[in-house]
Design a binder for this molecule. Structure first.
Ligand code: MN
Ligand code: MN
Length: 468
């Protein structure tokens, strides 16, 4: 018999998966690189709060790294870098590989739209001497979380004469900000008796936009008119111009470190800019790869990847088809040999809400980039369910490049669920697996991630782009 305890320890090391915290498993170099990488990430978060701003940021970064706009009539050589800007709301970036598209392409796909508060087509009204804006929320939000926080206005107005205005109000010092009001607790009796999901309705998400009437005037709608006067003075717009506008209200606060140890980042819209930024950084640093490598930053994921800038559209398929055609290949043959990391966030285990998770199959902060073999809900409904072969290959690649990774489900079986762009890309006959950064308070106006996990997402995408 003798030393059973030591044997068990030794055997566990050989046979059991290492589930210790990343802080004790990664090198001090990686810990400090994670700090540095997240400074760049925070700058991106503050510079790009919407899909349009994320594409603008991506184009700028890409051009600095030698990417040029894609020309379907041109021909490209290995190492060439091209991007396709789809309507300023989604973007494909590709580095041409030595093996050509006939060997298949490799894609990291993330999304750059976030849950937010959009304006209705006819938003501006006044009531009881306040000017307010009617809204229609975008994506899966817990509505009560969006009241009583500062909001900034981003978006695009196309005037009747065709000229365009890009809006960004509430981000610079001295800018006005906006807010959705809530009832004070002293008078909240009726609201407090309602269920959480019913206490705040979509029609209650009205944005406070002004409180003064038009100066020195008499007549109707003077509060509304005063706001319109200011908008006309500042942007040259009339009420009718708002009808076609895309105006998004997002939390006005900036990204900050969270925790005494500065180990986390709190910000609006980690989902899914926390995967988009590492994916962009990885493709910008990708040089003369064997396979053609791509990063796709897509719009509309939060509402089902719909529309011509979402990944349910054919824009990615057509882009790959154009690359294939240059080499005399058929897109469908290319897709059959292609694979993709569907880079989207996953839920991080939250001890305060432990009952929603199965701890043994959850992702934890500081355990690295989080994989999900399948998403969906209620019996894997609506999931991609990646194959053992492809997942096995991905894990070999991550292990081979010292990427700290973990794997988990979104929550308990039958607790709920979610979807990603994995389905849209698997439909093209590529192998796909979900991988991304675990998030606390996902879809809240202020979400939290671990810096180490963000850095490991970057390392994972880089490893994927370098793999044989
Ligand atoms: Mn997402
Ligand atoms: Mn989401």
């Amino acid at each position: 018999m003798g030393n059973n305890k030591t044997d068990a320890k030794e055997l566990a090391k050989q046979l059991l998966w290492d589930r210790r915290n990343g802080a004790v498993r990664v090198s001090p170099e990686d810990m400090s690189k994670a700090q540095k990488f997240n400074e760049g990430y925070k700058a991106f978060l503050n510079a790009a709060k919407t899909e349009r701003e994320s594409v603008t940021f991506a184009v700028e970064q890409a051009e600095k790294s030698g990417f040029v706009p894609f020309d379907p009539q041109a021909s490209y050589r290995p190492g060439d870098k091209v991007y396709y800007n789809n309507r300023g709301k989604s973007i494909c970036l590709a580095v041409i590989g030595k093996k050509g598209t006939k060997a298949g392409v490799r894609i990291v796909a993330a999304h750059i739209d976030n849950p937010r508060i959009d304006l209705k087509p006819i938003p501006l009204y006044e009531q009881n001497e306040l000017a307010l804006l009617k809204t229609h929320y975008y994506g899966g939000v817990k509505k009560y979380q969006w009241a009583a926080i500062p909001l900034a206005m981003h978006g695009k107005i196309v005037r009747r004469d065709g000229t365009e205005i890009t809006l960004d109000v509430g981000e610079k010092p001295g800018d006005p900000q906006f807010t959705i009001t809530d009832i004070l607790p002293h008078l909240g009796k009726d609201q407090m008796q309602k269920k959480l999901g019913e206490a705040f309705t979509g029609e209650d998400l009205n944005i406070l936009a002004g409180s003064l009437p038009l100066d020195g005037a008499e007549g109707d709608s003077l509060y509304k008119l005063n706001v319109m006067r200011i908008l006309h003075e500042q942007y040259g717009v009339v009420e009718e111009d708002l009808i076609s506008a895309e105006i998004e209200f997002v939390p006005a606060f900036n990204a900050v470190d969270i925790g005494f140890d500065h180990s986390m980042v709190g910000a609006y819209g980690h989902d899914d800019r926390v995967c988009a930024y590492p994916a962009l950084e990885a493709i910008c640093r990708c040089k003369e790869p064997e396979y053609t490598m791509m990063t796709v930053l897509a719009d509309k994921e939060e509402i089902g990847s719909v529309g011509n800038t979402g990944l349910a559209s054919e824009f990615l398929n057509y882009f790959v088809a154009d690359l294939a055609a240059m080499e005399g290949e058929e897109a469908r043959h290319v897709w059959g040999k292609s694979n993709c990391l569907s880079a989207d966030v996953t839920a991080a285990f939250d001890p305060t809400y432990a009952s929603a998770y199965e701890a043994g199959n959850s992702c934890f902060l500081n355990h690295g980039v989080g994989l999900a073999k399948y998403t969906g809900s209620r019996g894997k409904g609506g999931s991609n369910d990646c194959s053992a072969e492809f997942l096995g290959w991905v894990l070999r690649v991550l292990d081979g490049h010292e990427v700290l990774w973990q794997i988990g489900e979104l929550g308990k079986v039958d607790q709920g669920g979610g979807g990603t762009v994995a389905l849209d890309i698997s439909r093209l006959n590529a192998d796909v697996v979900d991988i991304g950064v675990p998030v606390l308070s996902m879809h809240a106006p202020f979400e939290v991630v671990s810096k180490l996990d963000v850095y490991m997402a970057y390392k994972a995408f880089k490893a994927y782009f370098m793999a044989d």
